[in-house]
Design a protein around this ligand. Structure first.
Ligand code: ATP
Length: 237
């Protein structure tokens, strides 16, 4: 599946370019944090990578071929839960992969353990808090053992301890060999998690750099302004 090469991707809505000739290359390891202002096209890029949006032109090449049938998973900012138990939600993710019922159950139980939700396994998923829902959404993706995991602002509007729990899970998923591409507006989180940063503006990649270099010496004016704009609170303390 890697290197993942995106070339000159274009997608318009009502004549306005949302992806405007976007190109990007990702190697097979690590966590890439996708930064950029609201409306830059980050979510649209993630949706294009998992096949939910078909760009008008351009090319996405997964290690020399088309997108594989399985191996790419995505977690949305506001994941939808089935009206079922946590176990049921996780097991369902394995059905399309042809995993036998007994193995579906054991893998679902194991992954719920790892995200700290085993004690809620038979509860209704609809009754979970925001942080618990995100952990369940990560479990549903993780249980399929994706090679590439796309995370769209998985900690937006979560409290600090829920954010910490999600970050721990994301690191564990990465340690087990899953490539992660994740959006966030939390720059502290970006510095904690990222190996490298892709900065997008107006439907294009402006910059792709190792995390330390990106924050110490952003190469583009757009990235400098974004970093300054997102960090006013630092000046206050
Ligand atoms: N399905 C859609 N139909 C019409 N317009 C869309 C659709 N999806 C996204 N857009 C538009 O494309 C632009 C980019 O949206 P996108 O959600 O990718 O931005 P983003 O960089 O993820 O922003 P944010 O940081 O606010 O989440 C926005 O103007 C959005 O309104």
């Amino acid at each position: 599946m890697f290197p993942l090469k995106v070339t000159d991707l274009r997608w318009r809505v009502a004549g306005r370019a949302v992806l405007d000739g976007l190109s990007l290359e990702l190697g097979g390891d690590g966590i890439t944090i996708l930064l950029g202002p609201n409306g830059a096209g980050k979510s649209v890029l993630l949706r294009s990578l998992c096949g939910l949006i078909e760009p008008e032109s351009g090319h996405i090449d997964f290690g020399g071929g088309p997108r594989p049938e399985s191996g790419v998973a995505m977690v949305f900012q506001q994941p939808k839960m089935l009206r079922d138990s946590l176990l049921g939600n996780v097991e369902l993710a394995l059905r399309p992969l042809g995993v036998a019922a007994a193995e579906r159950r054991s893998r679902a139980q194991a992954v719920l353990e790892r995200v700290g939700l085993a004690h809620r396994a038979t509860d209704s998923a609809r009754g979970l808090s925001g942080g618990e829902r995100q952990r369940l959404a990560l479990a549903r993706a993780w249980v399929t053992r994706p090679r590439l995991l796309l995370l769209d602002e998985p900690t937006a509007s979560l409290d600090p301890s829920s954010v910490e729990a999600i970050e721990r899970i994301v690191r564990e998923i990465r340690t087990e060999g899953t490539r992660i591409l994740m959006t966030t507006h939390n720059l502290g989180q970006a510095t904690r998690l990222a190996d490298d940063v892709v900065f997008m503006d107006a439907g294009r990649v402006c910059e792709h750099a190792p995390v330390q270099r990106f924050f110490a010496r952003p190469a583009s004016q757009a990235a400098r302004l974004y970093i300054q704009g997102e960090l006013p609170w630092r000046m206050a303390f």
